[in-house]
Design a protein around this ligand. Sequence first.
Ligand code: AMP
Length: 174
Amino acid sequence: MVSKKTTPHFGHENPHTHSQSVEAAVVNAYKGTAGTILADKGHEVVSVRPVDSIRHVVRVMYDHKIGSVVVKDQNGHLVGMLTERDLVMGFATHPDEDPDNTRADQLMTKEVVTATSETPILEILHKMSEGRFRHMPVVDGEHIAGMISIGDVVKFRLRELEYEALKLKQMIVG
Ligand code: AMP
């Protein structure tokens, strides 16, 4: 039996408390950062060189079961990004090109939007949505500290939702 004391005030009888609790929930949501996700998934970043062939890039993505690679120059600096989308666009618009004679830097995106470990997850989602892409490298100065995909963000948010639902249940049941 739910006691009156622990019953939260949803609905019209106490709009002030209700709006305050919604506000608190919004503030609490997405409190994680890129670093929170990387602490869980790890810091591995699969990369290729600008001169690598597209056949090599496809093989690397297939072997690692991933949808994107970063492109690094000989000094380890991030110079681009290649995802499944670039491969689809490349093959669709140039179906006769030889994948052995097409280089990574011919299909890669050069202006890469990055995050740092401190970037809030909500900001990453906004940038992905605005830029219409699903991957974001996390950088620490010149060093590439990890890769976050939209799948990682969804997984994180699902966990948060499950946790929030559990907390609500505990509030209601007491
Ligand atoms: P995606 O949705 O991640 O497969 O990428 C869609 C397009 O955006 C492709 O042309 C990618 O090269 C590009 N792209 C992916 N991630 C980024 C990023 N973080 N910054 C800039 N462009 C990106």
